[in-house]
Design a binder for this molecule. Structure first.
Ligand SMILES: Nc1ncnc2c1ncn2[C@@H]1O[C@H](COP(=O)(O)OP(=O)(O)OP(=O)(O)O)[C@@H](O)[C@H]1O
Ligand SMILES: [Mg+2]
Length: 173
């Protein structure tokens, strides 16, 4: 992809503490293309945390991720009512969470989230991850999606919080 990334290093000069990146999507197709890169490069156990307002494009990005994994695009939709949708038709499973209706991190545990973490056999994508951030492990790729004054423009800001997430981010940008 043609995005930019930078590595934020600790003072010692060696240890990478976060890898960040940015990409501007001009339309929903470009957002889906970013998702496709994520889907193609994701490894079992990877976690993608999506943060953004209503209509920011979280589900649109997830549809691209599904496509990149080889899952039929139309099968991926908003699991707002079910909270979790499991898609097993692709290269690795996609566990698509939408926690908009959850109050906090404790409710996420009640959904059996720890079992998904423990199995680590697929890619976990969480819409509205900011609501449950306390329950999430340290190594995840956070993607903030920010709408612009132009209706179809979205700023995507990536922060990789651990080694696996950094590997995934470097592969997609
Ligand atoms: N650059 C873009 N990226 C993503 N979606 C875009 C873009 N430009 C326009 N859109 C439109 O914005 C809408 C995004 O809807 P989507 O359901 O993906 O958002 P969401 O963040 O999942 O919302 P919700 O919070 O309700 O779950 C779609 O109708 C999509 O076509
Ligand atoms: Mg959505």
């Amino acid at each position: 992809m043609m995005g930019q990334y930078s590595e934020i290093c600790a003072n010692s000069g060696q240890e990478t503490v976060a890898v960040t990146g940015e990409y501007t999507a001009n339309n929903s197709t470009e957002t889906q293309t970013i998702g496709e890169y994520i889907g193609r490069n994701a490894a079992p156990g990877d976690i993608v945390c999506l943060i953004g307002d209503l209509g920011a494009g979280k589900t649109t990005l997830t549809q691209g991720i599904g496509k990149g994994l080889g899952i039929r695009e139309r099968d991926v939709s908003s699991p707002t009512f079910s909270l979790i949708a499991e898609h097993r038709g692709g290269r690795i499973p996609l566990y698509h969470f939408d926690v908009y209706r959850l109050g906090n991190a404790t409710d996420l545990q009640d959904l059996g989230f720890d079992d998904y973490l423990h199995d680590a056999d697929g890619l976990i994508v969480i819409e509205w991850a900011n609501i449950v951030m306390d329950a999430l492990p340290g190594d995840c790729l956070v993607i903030e999606m920010i709408a612009d004054t132009l209706p179809n423009l979205r700023d995507l800001r990536f922060t990789a919080l651990g080694d696996s997430a950094a590997r995934l981010l470097k592969a997609i940008l």
